[in-house]
Design a protein around this ligand. Structure first.
Ligand code: ZN
Length: 411
């Protein structure tokens, strides 16, 4: 950005505060600092509404991100868990994408190699429809129990698999009576405010058996902070992890880390850990605890980087004719992008390959969600892809439709 250029005014609702935040829910330290605040954002960014009016009047809340100086955990210290109701239809499957399905397959193959589970029982917290659990149990020849409060829990077709059970509930200590060897938890911990409570509960559930295991997948916050990725901050994501804070939390709760790495275009973190005592034959058993400094420094520079990305995308939208832009990917990223930035008149629609979302409307902005084929005949000149990992897949889809808009992608 030109240093002589006057700073762009921030969109209404965006602030970069300073000062102490609430005590850290991950490690309990009181040395925390607020650095990003949003007001009036949808309390669920992944719900798809039936009509534009209910989408535009969807309930909103405030967000205030703080970072812990002791463990680098980032959290929304204004979060009110009572406001987010996961019993509602919560549509977050990415299973329509070939890129995502390939990632899921590779994740399962690696996990089955690392923790052979034939005949054992694996519990998945926040299983959603149950796609991952069904595929893991089939590949591993294991039994599965899925726990999830949403209405769609267990909707996967599991007629062919062995012993899958689904419980419509929030996971808690009352589930400790279930005998399990492994606990899977993907894209759920970031929705939980008392993170240490949950990880301690899993440690207690598994007990002091180093042959048992837990596997987590969460978004990586370090990338979000470095990229000023305001489209990756949502109300229902109250907890944001980096390798450093995830390692500290699991070690403090009595786990030995076996694998902790960035995956999926460095967007997600994978963690595999065993309760207590080292697993002697596992490669990479000794985990050097990551330094906090890269994350702390990324949080310090977030305001500057985020101002730049807000100004960059504001200018890009303003340079577009009204109604000439389509976003591709109607998940949380699109909702956050639109509600944080505004300029809604420039955007005509949001494309999604998930047939369950097509015909519905985005929370907050009320933009219609359409199928790729619906782009034909719409006045789209510019297309913004919400997740760079899908660029090749989307370019192929566009070519098949004979469409040639200018294509950009978020970082
Ligand atoms: Zn902390």
């Amino acid at each position: 950005m030109d240093p002589h250029q006057a700073p762009q005014p921030l969109p209404p609702g965006v602030r970069f505060p300073s000062g102490p935040g609430a005590p850290c829910p991950a490690c309990g330290a009181t040395q925390t600092e607020r650095f990003y605040a949003l007001t009036g954002i949808p309390i669920q960014s992944c719900v798809m509404l039936q009509d534009p009016e209910s989408a535009k009047s969807f309930p909103t809340g405030d967000l205030s991100l703080a970072i812990c100086h002791a463990c680098a955990f980032v959290f929304n210290d204004s979060f009110d868990p009572a406001r987010v109701d996961y019993r509602e239809d919560y549509e977050e499957t990415q299973g329509f994408s070939g890129t995502f399905r390939a990632f899921l397959r590779a994740t399962i193959e690696q996990l089955v190699r690392e923790v052979p589970s034939r005949g054992q029982t694996v519990l998945e917290i926040g299983c959603g429809r149950g796609d991952f659990l069904e595929q893991f149990c089939t590949a591993a020849d294991a039994h599965g129990i899925g726990v999830d409060p949403s209405r769609s829990a267990g909707r996967v077709d599991h007629s062919a698999g062995r012993g899958l059970r689904f419980l419509h509930a929030q996971y808690g200590n009352e589930h400790h009576e279930l005998s399990v060897h492994g606990v899977v938890c993907r894209h759920t911990l970031e929705h939980i405010a008392p993170v240490a409570e949950l990880v301690r509960s899993i440690a207690a559930h598994l007990g002091p058996h180093p042959d048992r295991w837990t596997f987590f997948e969460v978004p990586d916050v370090e990338r979000i902070l470095r990229a000023g990725a305001f489209w990756d901050v949502y109300y229902e994501h109250c907890s944001y992890f980096s390798q450093a804070s995830l390692a500290r939390l699991f070690e403090a709760c009595g786990f030995d880390l076996r694998r902790l790495e960035l995956v999926y275009g460095e967007q997600y973190l994978h963690l595999l850990a065993h309760p207590e005592s080292p697993v002697l034959d596992a490669p990479g058993t000794v985990w050097p605890t990551e330094s906090l400094e890269p994350v702390l420094s990324a949080a310090r520079t977030f305001a500057q980087r985020c101002r730049q990305s807000l100004a960059q995308w504001h200018a890009w939208l303003q340079a577009s004719a009204p109604g000439s832009v389509a976003l591709w990917g109607s998940g949380s990223k699109a909702t956050a992008f639109l509600t944080t930035l505004g300029s809604w008149d420039r955007v005509d629609c949001v494309v999604d390959i998930n047939t369950d979302k097509q015909g519905r409307f985005c929370a907050g902005s009320g933009h219609p969600i359409v199928a790729p084929a619906d782009l034909v005949g719409r006045p789209i000149e510019r297309l913004l892809i919400m997740n760079p990992i899908y660029v090749d897949e989307i370019r192929r889809d566009l070519a098949e439709l004979g469409l040639h808009p200018e294509v950009r992608a978020l970082e």
